[in-house]
Ligand binder design. Structure first.
Ligand code: NYM
Length: 211
């Protein structure tokens, strides 16, 4: 691969639990591949690695861990995929990522005993997403969808705090989309942004994240 070849885009979907991110990530990858645009889905936490397995045990309440310690595991789970992310992007593959550093920060800091700024530190230097699409769901809609499982954090009160924390990230590459709209209309809205982003960044360097 030569330096002049076009790179893929790093696209992140964020939002509270039950906002439809996982469904939309899958639909976006399918739509891009149908258009012959190389694209893959990545999810965080990636529970398939040894670190991810510890995270899974924590989320499913099999083990207890101090808040800062588990925060660093979530971050380490991203750092272990960092070389692969850079490799794929450089090879021209667009990555559609289900949660990223923003989830790390908003969930841990919703516990309130851990400072927001402290949570940001270990995320800095990871590849910076070219666009973050925040799937916004009102508390009312969230309650209707709810059906939360038994995992940690899966309750309306906690999700409300998470939702408020996301507001601290609103900036130029962080866009908010109404997650309550019809599934296929939402896919089209997101796809439009993804295609625009792929075209905009194809000749640009991938930046490093600074939170
Ligand atoms: N979560 C996810 C965190 O607390 N920190 C992180 O860095 C990430 C990526 O894990 N409730 C939380 C958010 C979710 C939970 O995620 C599992 P998912 O998308 O349901 O597998």
């Amino acid at each position: 691969m030569t330096k002049s070849a076009m790179r893929g885009a790093l696209i992140v979907l964020e939002g509270c639990d039950r906002s439809g991110k996982t469904t939309q990530c899958a639909k976006l990858v399918e739509a891009l591949n149908n258009m012959k645009i190389p694209a893959k889905k990545i999810s965080f936490p990636d529970r398939s690695t040894p670190i991810g397995s510890l995270i899974n045990d924590y989320l499913s309440r099999k083990i207890e861990l101090p808040d800062r310690s588990v925060h660093l595991l979530f971050t380490a789970n991203r750092w272990e995929l960092e070389p692969e992310i850079r490799k794929q992007i450089e090879a021209g593959v667009t990555l559609i990522v289900d949660r990223y550093s923003y989830s790390g920060v908003v969930f841990t800091s919703a516990k309130q005993c851990v400072d927001f700024k402290w949570c940001c530190g270990p995320e800095n230097g990871l590849p910076k997403p070219d666009i973050v699409m925040f799937l916004k769901l009102s508390t009312g809609e969230m309650a209707k969808r709810s059906g939360f499982g038994d995992e940690r954090y899966e309750n309306i009160e906690f999700q409300h705090k998470v939702d408020i924390n996301y507001d601290k990230f609103k900036n130029d590459n962080f866009i908010q989309v109404d997650a309550a709209q019809d599934v296929s209309i939402l896919t089209n809205t997101l796809l439009e942004q993804v295609l625009k982003t792929i075209d905009t960044v194809k000749n640009q360097e991938l930046d490093d994240l600074v939170l």
